[in-house]
Design a protein around this ligand. Structure first.
Ligand code: FES
Length: 176
């Protein structure tokens, strides 16, 4: 069911409003399929509201717009900063584009992996083993190709790459 109702966005840092009683105002059945896309906090709040409304989890479909949350075990949480080019001299290597973060930077010799470059740019990343075993760093490969050093034990799914043990092989766009 489509709705042409518009609403203004809440101020940055404030909680997203839960959906109102859609069954009363728009005749939305509880067993409808709900498709949500937007920033992670928006979808978390709206999904919780829909679950409270009685929608089945199987009927709530989400797609994140923007960077996801980081997973960095054993690293103290800090206030995230906006992604930025790495400090120091710009690299001369292939162009690495972090699509969700809206940042493109050139690969350079200080980095041993795409994960290290992303971290230097404060692009949100997820990792655990950093050796190609756990797949926590598995990321969508939007364009381009990468080489593995070392080769992972299990390859990523088609269309993905493991950023902890890969380097760009020419210009590349990753879903970070
Ligand atoms: S962090 Fe474990 S496979 Fe990349």
């Amino acid at each position: 069911m489509r709705s042409d109702r518009r609403t203004s966005l809440p101020a940055a840092g404030s909680k997203w409003p839960a959906p109102r009683e859609p069954s009363k105002t728009r005749l939305v059945p509880r067993n409808a399929d709900f498709y949500l896309c937007g920033p992670a906090p928006f979808m978390a709040d709206l999904s919780a509201g829909l679950a409270g409304f009685g929608a089945s989890k199987n009927c709530i479909h989400t797609e994140t717009f923007g960077a996801g949350r980081s997973l960095t075990p054993a690293v103290a949480a800090t206030v995230p900063k906006p992604p930025h080019p790495p400090t120091g001299a710009a690299g001369l290597g292939p162009l690495v584009s972090f699509a969700r973060s809206g940042l493109s930077v050139h690969w350079g010799p200080p980095f041993q992996s795409l994960l290290e470059l992303a971290e230097a740019c404060e692009v949100p990343v997820r990792w655990a083993c950093r050796t190609g075993v756990c797949h926590n760093c598995e990321t969508g490969l939007i364009a381009g190709a990468a080489v593995y050093r070392p080769d992972p034990i299990d390859p990523p799914a088609d269309g993905n790459l493991l950023i902890c043990c890969s380097k760009p092989q020419g210009d590349i766009v990753v879903d970070l």
